[in-house]
Structures are given as structure tokens and as C-alpha cells.
Design a protein around this ligand. Structure first.
Ligand code: NAD
Length: 376
């Protein structure tokens, strides 16, 4: 199937396939839009079933990044990249051999070849060390360690943004509008989920938690007095808020009927297995905070780095504003009786198209108007 016939292809500006025989690199970089700025989005390495699945993933994720960056008010476009693990890694995306550095350096050269239209960062199975290997070959990568002039781990900022967004949801979903005394079910106690639990505990919320690592859940019981649920059962527990902070597609055709909450607000990407479930949630009276809006704290954190700057104060203020952004989307959705995810997509698209139509679309540094060869 060609790129253009793929159902996830939606007017992407360009899609680039890279291979490097020496390292076994096979990578795809999808640039959805550079209207607002260079396309920023992470790189993931995943053991896909085949290259069609990899293509589908990168197309979907790149568009998501355009919308995420647009609604976070950043002057950045949307792109994403995927690496298919070399055959001799035997499906292990976390393979730690000495050839890992070479693979990520080869990927860095691919990013550099795009001349700044795409800026990479870490994503699934890609570590800070991998990113630093990319940075040996390209100027266009973010997410470096603080010691190397980067903005550091984005996860705390993602958690902060989810907490602010959750407050906006509580204000609309519950009569008293507060989190104190509310029961929040948190799925996944990793870098984001754990810090979110800290905020919620401090705000006086009751926690029900689940993690596939039992010791982690046990630790939350000790630290926050949390009730521990089975990892498979957390989606269906009775609570005020469900916060997916582990993996995507948690809200799907099977799980939607199990939900016993008033609000869904968490950090996981692509929480809905398909967009139409947003409408289904609305019909069931469940308020959904669109994932890419509420989890934008991480990308806001790397945004200064994309311009070669470090500015923690700017990031902090911008992440706080996510409370208003989430609130505005919910209010518009309630006013117009539309699903929150549809309203978010439309608002993001509107910002991109307004910029394009104003004639102020971002131009890559190397773009020059060619000399006219023929006069009209
Ligand atoms: P992480 O890998 O640090 O944590 C994930 C946690 O979820 C781990 O503790 C893991 O054991 C647990 N887990 C995995 N599968 C589970 C399951 N089925 N049930 C319960 N627990 C499970 O990841 P993170 O950085 O905390 O990110 C969490 C989610 O938020 C991911 O989906 C990520 O893509 C998304 N996200 C993260 C950031 C960020 O800045 N880290 C930004 C945007 C989106």
C-alpha cells in the first residue's frame, strides 16, 4: 500500500524513508506540518509487525504532534519518527549492544539531512543516551541532559500539566469543583503517574492505583495510603476520575462499558483506540480531557531547547496555562454539544490554517525563493 493510500495519511507535508546498510537502520520520519515552525516530535524504536504498521504509527503520531504543539501555543509544527529494530536485534528494541550507538548516530545523520525541518526527541524505548548519540550527528535534537545544555527530563512537567488540567475538569464535572476528597484511579505509576499521585495526595484526593510492577503499587500504598487495584481491573473501578498514565488505547470498544467515572484525565498518548469513542464518552456523561492537550507539559519543556535556549521559568508559566486551555476546550464542547476531542482537533487545525492563510507560515532556514528562469 502506498503512503498516500494509508488511512492515517492526512495531508502530511512529507514522509521520509531512511536506510543505512552499515548499521541496519530502517527509519521513517513523517512531517505533518511546518506551518507554525519546525516539526518537533520524538523518535521511537518499536518492534513493529511490519513496515506498514510502522508507517501507520508514524503518520498518526506526527499529526498528533501538530495538534499538540498548536494547542500548547508553541511555534512548532508536528512530526515524528520511528525506527524498526535491525534484524539481528531479534525484535529487542531495548537491545544494549555496542552497535546501538552507531544506529542512533546513523539516525542523527538522517535528521540532519532534513536541514532543520524536523527536530527529534526521545520517545518509546529511546533513552537520553540514544538522544545524545543522535546529537553527535545533528543539530536538530532536543531532550538532552541538563549537564549538556538541555532542559532535562520532561516527565515532571507533564505530570504538573495533567494535574492542572484535572483541576479544570473537576471544576466543570463536580458541583464543588475541587479535587479534595475526590477518588482518582491512576493507571501506571511511572515518571508521570508517580508525580501526579504526589500532587493529588497533597490536594487531599483519595487514590486507587495500579501498576504491572506490584512493588511500585505497594510503595504508593505506603506513601499515599492508596488502595491498590489489579492492573487489569483499574479501568472499571468506581471513582470520580480515571487517569490513564501507562499506555495508549485504554479506552476501547471493550473497556468503555466498564467505566464508572465522571472524568478521564491522564498523560497517556492516544487514549482512545478510535476518535469516535469521544462521542460515546460524551453520551455516557463522561468528561474526557483530550490526551494531547492535557499531556503537553513535556513538549512545552523541550520547546526552548528547540531554539537553543534554556528557560525553566517560561516553561513553568506555560504549563500552568494548560488549566485554561483544557477548560476552554471543555466549555466549548459543552456549549456546542460536541465531543471534547473533536473540539480540540478543530481548534488546533484552526490555529494552523489561520497562520498559513495569513502568509506568515514558517520557512526553513535554507528555503530561498528561486530565481525566476522565465518571465511570465
Ligand atoms: P513510564 O514508562 O515511566 O511509566 C509507565 C508506568 O506504567 C510504569 O510504571 C509501568 O510499569 C506501568 N504500566 C505499564 N503497563 C501497565 C498496565 N497495563 N497497567 C498498569 N501499569 C502499567 O512512562 P511515563 O513517562 O510515566 O509516561 C506515562 C504515559 O504518558 C506514557 O503513555 C507516555 O507515552 C505518556 N506521556 C509521557 C510524557 C512524559 O513526559 N514522560 C509526555 C507525554 C505523554
Amino acid at each position: 500500500m502506498s503512503v498516500f493510500d494509508n488511512e492515517s495519511f492526512r495531508h502530511h507535508e512529507s514522509v521520509h524513508f531512511f536506510s543505512d546498510e552499515a548499521t541496519g537502520l530502517q527509519a521513517i520520519i513523517a512531517i505533518h506540518s511546518t506551518v507554525l515552525g519546525p516539526a518537533l516530535g520524538g523518535c521511537r524504536i518499536v518492534n513493529y509487525a511490519d513496515s506498514h504498521e510502522a508507517l501507520d504509527d508514524v503518520l498518526r503520531l506526527a499529526r498528533g504532534m501538530s495538534f499538540k504543539n498548536a494547542l500548547a501555543g508553541l511555534d512548532l509544527g508536528g512530526g515524528k519518527s520511528v525506527i524498526i529494530p535491525p534484524k539481528h536485534w531479534q525484535g529487542d528494541a531495548r537491545h544494549q549492544g555496542s552497535d546501538r550507538a552507531a544506529l542512533f548516530r546513523a539516525f542523527g545523520r538522517a535528521v540532519q539531512a532534513l536541514g532543520g525541518r524536523y527536530i527529534s526527541a526521545e520517545d518509546m524505548n529511546v533513552s537520553v543516551e540514544d538522544v545524545e548519540n543522535m546529537a553527535l550527528e545533528t543539530d536538530y535534537v532536543t531532550g538532552l541532559d541538563v549537564a549538556h545544555g538541555g532542559m532535562g527530563d520532561p516527565s515532571p512537567l507533564t505530570a504538573d500539566g495533567v494535574f492542572y488540567g484535572m483541576r479544570a475538569c473537576a471544576r466543570r464535572a463536580f458541583k464543588d469543583g475541587v479535587l479534595q476528597g475526590r477518588t482518582v484511579a491512576v493507571q501506571g505509576l511511572g515518571k508521570v503517574g508517580w508525580r501526579l499521585c504526589e500532587h493529588l495526595h497533597e490536594a487531599g484526593a483519595k487514590l486507587i492505583v495500579a501498576d504491572i510492577v506490584p512493588e511500585t503499587a505497594e510503595r504508593a500504598k505506603q506513601e499515599f495510603g492508596a488502595e491498590v487495584a489489579d492492573a487489569d481491573a483499574i479501568v472499571g473501578v468506581k471513582a470520580d476520575i480515571f487517569s490513564p498514565c501507562a499506555r495508549g488505547a485504554v479506552i476501547n470498544d471493550d473497556s468503555i462499558g466498564q467505566l464508572q467515572v465522571k472524568v478521564i484525565a491522564g498523560s497517556a498518548n492516544n487514549q482512545l483506540s478510535r476518535d469516535a469513542l469521544g462521542e460515546e464518552l460524551m453520551k455516557r456523561g463522561i468528561l474526557y480531557a483530550p490526551d494531547y492537550v492535557i499531556n503537553a507539559g513535556g513538549v512545552i519543556n523541550v520547546a526552548p531547547e528547540a531554539k537553543g535556549e534554556v528557560n525553566h521559568e517560561w516553561v513553568r508559566k506555560k504549563v500552568e496555562k494548560l488549566e485554561d486551555t483544557v477548560g476552554e476546550i471543555i466549555d466549548e464542547a459543552l456549549r456546542s454539544h460536541r465531543p471534547t476531542n473533536a473540539v480540540a482537533d478543530e481548534k488546533a487545525m484552526r490555529r494552523i490554517l489561520d497562520r498559513r492563510d495569513s502568509g506568515r507560515a514558517w520557512q526553513p532556514p535554507f528555503a530561498k525563493t528561486p530565481k525566476l528562469r522565465h518571465s511570465a
